[in-house]
Design a protein around this ligand. Structure first.
Ligand SMILES: [Fe+2]
Length: 346
């Protein structure tokens, strides 16, 4: 695995790049907007293609680069189900796997610092965001923070990991770069407590000032969804009601852009074909499935994903490749299900 830990001196935030040496695909955790150019350059130098950008939680101290990286590199965005963000490509639940070829991260929902905090666990290391810091823990006094929930997240989900698990936090203000679970269990002053109440008493008496960037950062981080305000997208967007009409008349081929685990978990629109967004360029090229469909079928292709973000990116790619009879489903499978539209198991 290719691994980089990057630091933003302004916010004290760590960003991590994980790259698969075989496939040359990469993901990034907690990228900072001001560093976008640096990430793009480094990915290029390392010969990596960014496919996923993850945030551990909605940040209050810096503006996320999730939206910028999606717009620049076409990667997909990932956050927790609970996040108040307007749109991401994939919303995680506790226990979900995030795969990068043979590298796999497990999402652990660890509310406390915020209600949407997640840690990402690999075999030998865990990316703890602001849930667990080196000799500290993330504050719990805003963004639906909850010290009792934080105690349970840390003690039940993190401190129960093998002691030699490496801890890579979301921040450090003292220059430390990593720790281990055993080290934090033994030496983190906040964790030398015997009950949730005792931990909450510490956290409730920190009296920290608000982060300098808080008002600006939270407002910006809430609205990162893909822009749909271009006439091409507007013209080619279908509501669930419109898409259902196509399904009833058998007038369309539904193309599912999600990843296999998402299909297994949530189900699919009946009769749809599976073309994961990550492999889209292959499907568009001559000989590819979508190219063949566009050439041979008179039916409309309706692109859909989980929430309607990947389908906008894919719509642009198919249109750029000269495919005319393509639409995308606004709100994705999530909106489809909320409308009570039919689905089948995958
Ligand atoms: Fe935070």
């Amino acid at each position: 695995m290719i691994f980089r830990q990057l630091f933003d001196g302004v916010s004290g935030a760590y960003t991590y790049i994980l790259g698969n040496e075989e496939t040359r695909e990469a993901l990034i955790i907690d990228p900072v907007l001001e560093k976008t150019e640096r990430y793009i350059q480094l990915l290029d130098e390392l010969g990596l293609k960014l496919v996923k950008a993850l945030d551990t939680h909605l940040h209050a101290d810096h503006i996320t680069a999730l939206g910028a990286l999606r717009d620049r590199l076409g990667c997909i965005t990932v956050m927790g189900r609970q996040s108040a963000v307007d749109q991401v490509s994939i919303r995680l639940d506790d226990g979900d796997a995030i795969e990068l070829g043979d590298i796999s991260l497990r999402a652990l929902h660890t509310p406390g610092h915020t209600d949407d905090s997640y840690c990402f666990l690999m075999a030998d290391r865990v990316f703890t965001g602001d849930t667990l810091l080196i000799r500290g823990t993330g504050r719990t006094d805003f963004q639906n923070g909850d010290p009792v929930a934080g105690y349970h997240s840390i003690f039940a989900k993190l401190l129960t990991l093998p002691g030699d698990t490496l801890v890579y936090p979301g921040h450090d203000y003292k220059g430390d770069t990593l720790s281990t679970i055993a080290e934090e269990r033994a030496h983190n002053p906040r964790l030398q407590v015997s009950s949730a109440e005792e931990y909450a008493a510490i956290m409730d008496n920190l009296h920290l000032p608000d982060p300098k960037m808080m008002d600006v950062a939270v407002a910006a981080n809430l609205i990162i969804g893909v822009s749909v305000s271009d006439p091409m997208v507007e013209e080619n967007t279908l509501s669930v009601t419109e898409a259902r009409r196509y399904l009833e008349k058998d007038g369309a081929i539904f193309i599912d852009l999600r990843e296999a685990p998402e299909l297994r978990k949530a189900g699919v629109i009946p009769g749809s074909l599976h073309a994961p967004y990550a492999g889209l360029s292959g499907h568009i090229q001559p000989g590819g499935m979508l190219r063949a469909l566009a050439d041979r079928s008179a039916k409309t292709m309706i692109l859909y994903c989980a929430h309607g973000e990947r389908s906008v990116l894919a719509l642009r790619a198919l249109k750029d490749a000269g495919m005319e009879n393509v639409r995308h489903l606004r709100g994705g499978f999530d909106a489809w299900i909320r409308d009570g539209a039919p689905s089948t198991k995958h």
